[in-house]
Design a protein around this ligand. Structure first.
Ligand code: SF4
Ligand code: SF4
Length: 84
């Protein structure tokens, strides 16, 4: 699953540097997650790093991007290849 940021985001900036996939960026009004880059931190960490640091808990699973762990691992591997 990719995660998403809701409008409750207070633009505190702490999640963006924590993302190992550079999936988080500032959107028109609040931060957004690129679902093509978010692996739910699979391949890097045991827990989603953005969720760990977000002070207002506004980062749920994106209901339109439900993926199993295998898909997330494949996405991680694609991103590694593209980045390397
Ligand atoms: Fe980035 Fe991980 Fe958050 Fe996805 S779950 S946006 S990969 S920090
Ligand atoms: Fe928004 Fe949470 Fe990220 Fe802060 S940590 S910018 S509140 S999503």
């Amino acid at each position: 699953m990719a995660l998403m940021i809701t409008e409750e985001c207070i633009n505190c900036d702490v999640c963006e540097p924590e993302c190992p996939n550079q999936a988080i960026s500032m959107g028109p009004e609040f931060y957004v997650i690129d679902p093509a880059k978010c692996t739910e931190c699979v391949g890097h960490f045991d827990e989603p790093q953005c969720v760990q640091v977000c002070p207002v808990e506004c980062i749920p699973v994106n209901p339109e991007m439900v993926e199993d762990k295998q898909s997330l691992l494949q996405k991680f591997q694609r991103l590694q290849e593209a980045g390397g």
